[in-house]
Design a protein around this ligand. Structure first.
Ligand code: ZN
Length: 161
């Protein structure tokens, strides 16, 4: 299972809600967890493995979550700018402004509704993965000048890879 990278159409599509937790959904979650662990990521969204469904996985500071149909319930007014990267835009990073706290609600593989309150890195990962489900990437949150220079750097790295 390869992680889709910048330019892939699935990354730009709003993902579809999961209708039921089927064996197919279980298998997708398993693939996502594998891909996240292999890439040493803090989180992954289904579109990143080419599946346009509303599923995210998170692995931050020992907290591990699989969330189906997650909804961002609340974000703090307080924001912070922290350097952030993305497995789908490998090799580059940039400071991104995000809320320092975020609350997300979703369904587990057991069909239970859970609410996760994140601070710091977890809050950031929640918001980052939720962006993926809406077809957005972290670089969309940068100023146009910063985005351009980041993409230039990214393409330069890709060309030399
Ligand atoms: Zn990402």
């Amino acid at each position: 299972m390869t992680i889709r990278t910048y330019g892939d159409a699935t990354l730009r599509k709003p993902a579809e809600a999961v209708e039921a937790i089927s064996d197919e959904i279980r298998a997708i979650c398993e693939q996502m967890v594998e891909a996240m662990l292999r890439a040493n990521g803090a989180g992954l969204a289904a579109p990143q493995i080419g599946i346009s469904k509303r599923i995210i996985v998170l692995d931050v500071d020992g907290a591990f979550h699989i969330l189906i149909n997650p909804e961002l319930i609340e974000t703090s007014e307080e924001v912070a700018e922290v350097v952030e990267g993305c497995l789908s835009v490998p090799g580059v990073d940039a400071p991104v402004q995000r809320a320092v706290r975020a609350v997300v609600e979703g369904t587990t593989l057991d069909g239970e509704t859970v609410r996760i309150e994140g601070e710091g890195l977890l809050a950031r990962a929640i918001q980052h993965e939720m962006d993926h489900l809406n077809g957005n990437l972290f670089l969309d949150r940068l100023s146009p000048a910063r985005r351009q220079s980041l993409l230039k750097e990214y393409r330069r790295r890709e060309d030399s890879a």
